[in-house]
Design a binder for this molecule. Sequence first.
Ligand code: GDP
Length: 174
Amino acid sequence: MRRPGQFKMVLLGESAVGKSSLALRFAKGQYQEHAESTIGAAFLTHTLQIDQDTSLKVELWDTAGQERYHSLAPMYYRGAQAALVVYDITNGESLRRAKQWVKELQQVNANDMVIGLAGNKADLATGNRRQVDSNEVREYAEQNDLIFMETSAKRGDNVTEIFMSVAKVVASKQ
Ligand code: GDP
């Protein structure tokens, strides 16, 4: 059963897109250039002040992106009220993988999960490294009812914002 005032959120996406970095930036305001990769799943919590009267504790599950752990994923997203699916704007393949995650979540979406989509590493958009067009993803996100932002865990851009946007929708449903 879910209790008011907190919710479970799972991070999904290909390996190395920056899931752990987003979690660390969100929960601790930090960034590490050479973070160790997640094995299985890691757990972090952070409380968000939604408005004057409402705070929500986010229980964030950071899952390993490797295919070999895919069969474990349902264990983490089952019972989650929200998911943040992450891709890397410099890696077109990671968007394809993100779309598969979205499809999988929507197919099993028993509890009306709120889904965010983060195009991470937006700081690398300059200098010809961008492979993913943000307008195309925005259109895809609108069609699929996803909260979409481009983020940078490195610079901190849009990190609190995307978690906050997802949390506000979760709060409105509780
Ligand atoms: P995960 O496997 O999806 O959890 O990815 P990590 O958080 O371990 O990040 C993979 C690599 O990408 C690390 O070297 C990070 O420092 C780097 N990284 C993560 N987020 C960003 C970002 O916003 N910008 C840049 N330039 N690099 C990032």
